[in-house]
Write a protein that binds this ligand. Structure first.
Ligand SMILES: [Zn+2]
Length: 82
C-alpha cells in the first residue's frame, strides 16, 4: 500500500473500521464497520473503491427488497437553522 494522503502528503495509514453513511436521493444506508484507511498524521479517512461498490450493492439490494438489513434505526433529525 503505497499512497500519499491528498491533504498532508503523509504516506502512513492505519486500517480501521468506522461508521460510513451511504446517501442516495435522500435515502441512507449506515455501515457501522466500514473498512477505512486513516492517515496517521491528519486523520483523513479513505475508503477503497471495492468497499464503496459493495456498500452501493447492499444499498440497492435493500431498496429492492432483495436483501434484509441487519438492523433498522430511527435517527433523530435536527435542522441547524430551524
Ligand atoms: Zn493526512
Amino acid at each position: 500500500m503505497t499512497k500519499r494522503c491528498a491533504f498532508c502528503g503523509n504516506e502512513s495509514f492505519e486500517i480501521k473500521h468506522i461508521p460510513y453513511l451511504y446517501q442516495h436521493q435522500e435515502k441512507y444506508l449506515l455501515v457501522p464497520d466500514m473498512p477505512a484507511q486513516i492517515c496517521t498524521q491528519c486523520g483523513m479517512e479513505y475508503f477503497l473503491g471495492p468497499d464503496l461498490e459493495t456498500v452501493e450493492r447492499y444499498f440497492f439490494a435493500i431498496q429492492h427488497r432483495e436483501e434484509q438489513p441487519d438492523q433498522v434505526l430511527e435517527i433523530p433529525v435536527k435542522r441547524y437553522a430551524a
